[in-house]
Design a protein around this ligand. Structure first.
Ligand code: SF4
Length: 332
């Protein structure tokens, strides 16, 4: 079928859609479709083939590969997935490599463990969240009757730049009024008697039967990847998992992630102190791209992985100890 279609486009050029990013790993490769926000795993040989045929004339490729069964299989796949197209034009610009990220926030994503101490100082917290320009905010609340706290949080963030708010809390009855808040996007309900998934207005509630102990462990999971143009641009220029992302423990201490012992400041300090002191210290790791970390540098997830491992100095540069092994594509 693919070859018949190719035959009809003999005088045209083969092009890879510019929204399809080829990422070669050591064991397997991936094609990130950043328009459809999807990932497809492919053999490394398909990436070699695709790079070779991209921009070539169909008739010259047919002459070279017309009788090759693997090439036929690859064409079938690439056409079916709409990764390639044919055109009279010989050239199409690819995506610019430099970041076009126009985000002006100091910190983009914050996860907060809500304790009585933080709750009592909520006005200071809300002011700092607002000044830092936080867009994504997650609260973990360990209270089986948390609706009042949630209502207070929603009203305190009324003037913030938060566009995506989420909560994790123990299984309980949800006050339906909270669904009316446009900032609220998701709720993770742990200790649920039953696993289920519900959507109310725009809010997705994910009921999980597990307790909260594994919720913030730094562990790679396929659901933690981000395939979109913004994430890709950040990943090409910074460490996507750490960039403008903080974890705030129950005492307000700012860290890169839940497991980190070191702290970089406190969320209840003055905005100026956080901006000049904390962010300066945090940003040292933001600049260490996954391309510079082992084994991320050979991993097909390196431009979409959001698992916040902190890189540690090794004799050849930096490394992380990840539960995904890109050398055999196995997840532990
Ligand atoms: S090896 Fe690196 S890029 Fe790959 S999944 Fe693990 S942390 Fe993410």
């Amino acid at each position: 079928m693919a070859l018949i279609y190719l035959q009809n486009n003999q005088d045209k050029y083969i092009h890879l859609f510019s929204c399809c990013i080829l990422v070669k790993g050591i064991e397997r490769s991936a094609i990130y479709d950043i328009q459809r926000e999807n990932i497809e795993f492919v053999p490394n040989t398909m990436i070699d083939f695709l790079e070779y045929i991209n921009g070539k004339k169909v008739n010259s490729v047919l002459k070279e590969y017309g009788a090759n069964a693997t090439a036929k299989e690859y064409f079938n796949f690439l056409e079916k997935k709409e990764f390639i197209f044919y055109s009279d034009n010989a050239f199409f610009p690819s995506l610019p490599e430099k970041s076009i990220n126009d985000d002006t926030s100091e910190i983009f994503f914050v996860t907060i463990i809500l304790s009585p101490f933080i709750y009592d100082n909520f006005d200071i917290l809300a002011r700092n969240i607002e000044q830092l320009g936080v867009k994504r905010l997650h609260f973990h609340i360990n209270n089986e009757n948390a609706m009042e706290e949630i209502r207070k949080i929603l009203s305190s963030l009324g003037y913030s730049r938060v566009t995506n708010l989420s909560f994790s809390l123990p299984y309980q009855k949800i006050d339906r009024k909270i669904y009316e808040n446009g900032r609220l996007k998701s709720i993770f309900m742990f200790n649920s008697p039953k696993k289920r998934f519900k959507k109310n207005k725009e809010v997705i509630t994910n009921y999980i039967t597990n307790n909260a102990s594994n919720l913030f462990l730094t562990k790679f999971n396929i659901s933690d990847i981000a395939i979109n143009i913004g994430a890709y641009n950040i990943a090409k220029n910074y460490n996507l998992a750490l960039y403008k992302t903080i974890f705030v423990d129950e005492n307000g201490n700012i860290k890169h992630n839940f497991s980190e012992k070191k702290t970089y400041g406190n969320i209840l300090e003055s905005f100026d102190k956080i901006k000049t002191n904390t962010i300066k210290k945090l940003s040292k790791l933001w600049n260490i791209k996954k391309d510079e970390i082992q084994p991320c540098n050979v991993c097909e997830f390196r431009y979409c992985c959001t698992t916040a491992f902190t890189p540690i100095k090794s004799k050849d540069g930096y490394e992380v100890i990840c539960n995904y092994n890109p050398y055999n594509a196995e997840l532990n």
